[in-house]
Design a protein around this ligand. Structure first.
Ligand code: SF4
Length: 508
């Protein structure tokens, strides 16, 4: 990940360019030579299940695991990344600072504050960091619980500390691209260029859209083309990245530019595209540039459910995308869907299977596959109050029964792991004791359940007891409820998220 994640590369490069810092990358298998004395130790967490790895890395570096146990000589442990930014609370007791928002915007101010207060006592340094916009210092905020164990508030320890921390947005128009290109990466020798940041579509479950708003696009001539040209001096493999790359207003022009003969031999791949934006030209140029397949997310074959999630995608558009993919010379179409979405019933799952079978008939010869995950509620989205639905498990099996015998590859994500993800995405900081207890067995779902039970049985030390697992994962939450991330401001207000949720369910 220290090589392949574009976000990580941007952070590393922006720090490494400074002459007043000495920056090293750390990998789980090997790393650059260690520092003699390290002021800062940082991590980026991209998904919920990364969390326990943090503790292993801290231990390897001989850094106390709990923030409260770190002394004057220990580094400030900071983190960022989508999952940590959405809801840092389960991991909050392990971090000294969490950076909420875009690294380009936050890092310079954060580093300046670290340097300015470098010789101050640790407690004073943390207080100074808490004054930097977008920097959340969890130790300076205290949760209060009711007698029933419900979270009542998370408040700063005194009036000098901001009551809320707002996510910071980078509004510059040049976005990021690879700074390391190596055959040793998970995607070997690829030059990645970020074509868009965020997504304007606002599908109701989508963290990639809601947490990163507003939608931003670099210009073609001053941003994307120079970034692509630069990378292609080092490699012939180009990856165009973003939540929804084809929604760049000049994406067609970018494609036409990449269609020039001088790019023969260059391999171009794109991340998932919106089905409604697939054109014959897109498919033809991707096929000419070495792509074999296209990935589109349909979420569900049910028109009704697509409306509930605000997908704005018609059945005709899905069929057209498959037709264009085939006509353009691509040999495969990967579709993504979900099981267990709010309001879903068995008929909706049947509609997904029906749609895939009809697509197979309509586009013979096009290899179809369906990746399906179970819905997991994410903080700062309109579906943050919705539960993981146990029905999802049997619905995944139902899809497999209908599609696999017909030659459509089904790639289901594990329902059991979705449950653990939801636990990490919706819990408050009481879960930290479980994350500590699950070390050494976090690769097994049973390990998580056992660790949770052990912490429940032990009772609380300074916090209220853990809530029952079911309450966090499988219960619909009342919109009035205090959320563990209420003191952290995302791009949209809670009232707007409530309204979007109401709009979703008005479709039912
Ligand atoms: S189109 Fe994709 S990236 Fe955009 S909001 Fe919907 S799911 Fe998210």
């Amino acid at each position: 990940m220290g090589i392949t994640s574009l976000g990580f590369q941007v952070v590393w490069a922006s720090l490494a360019q400074r002459t007043d810092l000495d920056v090293r990358r750390l990998f789980t298998d090997r790393g650059d030579p260690a520092h003699r004395r390290c002021d800062l130790f940082g991590l980026s967490l991209s998904w919920e299940l990364d969390g326990p790895v943090l503790l292993d890395l801290l231990e390897q570096q001989h850094i106390p695991l709990w923030s409260r146990e770190r002394g004057e000589e220990d580094p400030i442990v900071f983190g960022g990344g989508p999952v940590l930014t959405a809801n840092p609370e389960p991991l909050a007791p392990f971090f000294d600072a969490v950076l909420l928002g875009d690294g380009e915007r936050l890092l310079p101010d954060f580093v300046e504050a670290v340097i300015a207060h470098r010789n101050a006592p640790r407690a004073e340094r943390l207080r100074a960091l808490a004054q930097v916009p977008g920097v959340y210092v969890p130790a300076l905020y205290v949760p209060r619980y009711g007698s029933d164990g419900r979270l009542l508030s998370i408040e700063p320890i005194d009036t000098d500390i901001p009551a809320t921390v707002a996510k910071q947005t980078w509004r510059g128009n040049t976005l990021s691209h690879s700074t390391v290109i190596t055959p040793e990466a998970a995607w070997p020798s690829i030059h990645m260029v970020e074509v868009v940041r965020s997504c304007p579509e606002l599908c109701r479950f989508c963290l990639a859209s809601y947490l990163t708003l507003p939608f931003r696009t670099p210009s073609l001539d001053d941003g994307l083309i120079p970034a692509v040209e630069k990378g292609l001096t080092a490699t012939r493999r180009l990856g165009l990245l973003g939540a929804s790359v084809t929604q760049h207003p000049q994406f067609d022009d970018l494609l036409t530019w990449l269609d020039q003969d001088r790019f023969d031999g260059t391999r171009v791949s794109v991340s998932s595209v919106r089905a409604a934006t697939v054109t014959p030209q897109l498919a033809r140029i991707l096929a000419r540039r070495g792509s074999k397949s296209l990935t589109i997310a349909i979420e569900s074959g049910s028109e009704r459910l697509r409306e509930v999630v605000n997908k704005k995608l018609s059945r005709d558009e899905i069929f057209a995308a498959a037709r264009y993919a085939k006509e353009g010379g691509l040999t495969g179409l990967k579709l993504y869907g979900m099981a267990g979405l709010p309001t879903e019933d068995d008929e909706d799952i049947e509609a997904t299977a029906d749609l895939l079978l009809a697509l197979k008939t309509a586009t013979p010869g096009l290899r179809l596959s369906l990746g399906v995950s179970s819905f997991v509620p994410k903080a700062h989205t309109p579906f943050q109050w919705e539960p993981v639905r146990p029905e999802a498990e049997k619905r995944l099996k139902r899809l497999a029964r209908r599609l696999q015998p017909k030659g459509i590859a089904l790639r289901p994500e594990s329902y059991g792991w979705s449950v653990i993800q939801a636990l990490l995405s919706r819990s408050d900081r009481r879960l930290a004791a479980v994350i500590m207890a699950v070390r050494g067995r976090h690769g097994s779902q049973g390990g998580w359940k056992t660790a949770y039970r052990e912490v429940l049985d032990q009772g609380a030390d300074d916090l209220a007891p853990l809530p029952p697992w079911h309450e966090t994962v499988h219960r619909t939450w009342d919109p009035e409820r205090v959320l563990p991330w209420d003191h952290l401001e995302g791009p949209l207000t809670k009232a707007t998220l409530v309204r979007h949720r109401q709009e979703a369910f008005a479709q039912v």
